[in-house]
Design a protein around this ligand. Structure first.
Ligand code: HEM
Length: 116
């Protein structure tokens, strides 16, 4: 079971990389106001959603201790992130504030996962 949990945790981390990496990749475009929601950001958000729910189920099944309040708050934050990326996915450019919000909320979830 530990191997499966480790594998799903790895896909969870890949989701973080895709989402936050997508935001960081827009830095140059933000200078000219041409930033957009890259497709990889949406894929990363969906991957985080699926792998996060799987991680809860697998850890429950294995009898591991889980912080459900932390997972619940991360889920709410990710739903907001996913909505922002999904709604604006076809826009040729989005505001720097919007991209910054997605990056900030993703960082918030990383801090919740590592510091709480
Ligand atoms: C932007 C969204 C998210 C980010 C950046 C994120 C980040 C992380 C990171 C860095 C870890 C590894 C550190 C650790 O093991 O504690 C982790 C673990 C985990 N995440 Fe996420 N996560 C996100 C969304 C979610 C969601 C939506 C769920 C559940 C629905 C979730 C459930 C979990 C679970 C169950 C673990 C295993 C460790 C634990 O919490 O006990 N995550 N997450």
């Amino acid at each position: 079971m530990n191997v499966v949990i480790g594998f799903v945790l790895a896909t969870h981390i890949i989701g973080v990389v895709a989402l936050l990496g997508g935001v960081l990749y827009q830095m140059k475009a933000m200078k000219t106001g041409d930033a957009r929601m890259a497709p990889g950001m949406l894929h990363g958000a969906f991957l985080l959603l699926i792998s996060g729910v799987l991680l809860i189920g697998l850890n429950e099944a294995a009898g591991n201790d889980l912080n459900h309040i932390r997972a619940g708050i991360k889920l709410i934050v990710l739903v907001v992130i996913t909505a922002l990326v999904y709604i604006n996915r076809d826009e040729p450019r989005v505001s720097n504030a919007l991209i910054g919000t997605v990056g900030g909320l993703t960082t918030l979830n990383i801090l919740l996962a590592t510091m709480w």
